[in-house]
Ligand binder design. Structure first.
Ligand code: ZN
Length: 431
């Protein structure tokens, strides 16, 4: 298990000791080399030598995207410019982009982490990896590509979009791995089915990044593309980029590289750790990042930790699928609704497709109303509409404890996009 890119534990005392050493190094490094962190830590009354156990982590102040915006463009910089070799940027919440800077060692560490993902996905040097994600300021394209070359597989860097070139290269290059967003994977699956190309492909695996995928979407990709394995890769620009964790063949959670960062899952309101298995916000602390270290960075992504060892044999810990962002949580009749919950409900209903919309609005009597718009599955065994509707209503009631109405649509009615598809529309906000 993980022979080429094994966990890098730098002490003989295991992961916790390694994490403590990394935390101590990071706090010291940030304090000594970043005026932002020095001010922040000093205000909180913390000196680097105060960090003597992992329990001291919770004493450190939290970091948010607003801090990155306020210090734009080099908010967290903790290395001299002569030691920086690259920047990446992603869209920011307040209009300003989030800019992160990397040293040579940061890039090397990122490549090692990402190559570990390819290894966990069971890839070999024989694989041909078609990369259908964005290049440029984004971490995605170059992240997938440099790790592919570092790992030793063949990169086919097509870039995002353009289904015509994607299908042509899948056939001509006989690509075995396809890397894309979930929406793009779905579009490709439907295109391959429409044009009857499935038998011409050698595709074995899909690696999905950047966007939450529902089980129904994954089923559609498996069926239409004739593949067995679909992996979710995680990562955000602030924490290097994609490649900081991967779902494994057991498909029960995402292994994350705890030798490179500590993951806390906190209640987004109280900012206290949630109980094991509860949903909370992912908060990151890097252990060896030089250019822009993170100390307790609030990502806004929601997930839960998965306890216990994984049957796949990988010893790195796991978190669950990303269930959306804490900004996207909608409060409906006093209940928190997480975007990922509707995916889970719809997946359990046979005969419906993977695209849906959730509309929240005021009903004529002034109450909150929820409408689920969902497509019938193409070629599915005919099930009476009232049966389908009944199952969806019951599923929503059971999982989210609220009532909804349902509109069934013909396959292909709802809009698709190559990027992130908007699925929740909260019209109550605009009144
Ligand atoms: Zn596993």
């Amino acid at each position: 298990m993980l022979k080429k890119f094994p966990p890098r534990i730098t002490t003989p005392y295991g992961l916790p000791a390694h994490q403590l050493a990394g935390l101590q190094w990071t706090v010291r490094h940030a304090f000594d080399n970043s005026s932002f962190y020095r001010d922040r830590l000093t205000s909180a009354g913390i000196r680097p030598e105060d960090i003597i156990s992992l329990d001291d982590l919770c004493r450190l102040p939290l970091l948010t995207a607003d801090d990155l915006a306020a210090g734009y463009p080099f908010a967290l910089r903790a290395a001299e410019f002569k030691d920086l070799v690259r920047i990446h940027a992603s869209s920011g919440t307040t209009g300003k982009r989030k800019v992160l800077c990397y040293t040579r060692k940061d890039i090397d560490d990122w490549q090692d982490m990402f190559a570990r993902c390819y290894e966990l996905a069971g890839m070999t040097c024989e694989d041909r990896v078609q990369i259908a994600v964005g290049y440029g300021l984004w971490t995605a394209g170059i992240g997938f590509q440099q790790a592919c070359e570092h790992f030793g597989a063949l990169a086919v860097p097509v870039g995002p979009g353009n289904l015509d070139i994607q299908t042509t290269f899948l056939i001509d290059m006989q690509s075995t791995v396809f890397c894309c967003t979930a929406s793009m994977g779905l579009l490709l699956a439907e295109e391959v089915q429409r044009r009857g190309l499935r038998d011409k492909l050698s595709l074995k695996k899909i690696i999905l990044g950047a966007e939450r995928s529902s089980s129904a979407m994954r089923d559609t990709m498996r069926d239409c593309l004739g593949i067995e394995e679909i992996y979710d890769i995680t990562g955000l620009t602030e924490v290097y980029g994609p490649g900081t964790g991967l779902s494994c063949r057991e498909d029960n959670g995402i292994h994350y590289w705890a030798d490179y960062y500590i993951l806390e899952v906190l209640d987004p309101v109280t900012l206290e750790p949630v109980a094991p298995g509860e949903i909370g916000e992912m908060v990151y602390t890097t252990l060896c990042k030089e250019g822009a270290p993170l100390i307790r960075y609030r990502s806004r992504d929601l997930t839960r930790l998965v306890e216990g060892p994984c049957p796949c044999g990988c010893t790195m810990p796991r978190h669950g699928r990303i269930l959306g962002r804490s900004d996207d949580v909608v409060i409906f009749r006093g209940v928190n609704i997480y975007p990922g919950q509707i995916d889970e409900v719809l997946h359990r209903v046979p005969g419906i497709g993977s695209e849906y919309q959730l509309l929240l609005d005021h009903t004529p009597d002034g109450r909150d109303g929820m409408l689920v718009r969902v497509e019938r599955l193409r070629n599915a065994e005919a099930q009476p509409d009232d049966q389908l509707v009944k199952q969806i209503v019951a599923g929503v009631k059971h999982t989210m404890l609220v009532s909804c109405s349902v509109e069934l649509l013909e396959p292909g009615t709802l809009p698709r996009s190559e990027k992130k598809t908007k699925r929740i529309f909260d019209k109550r906000k605009f009144e």
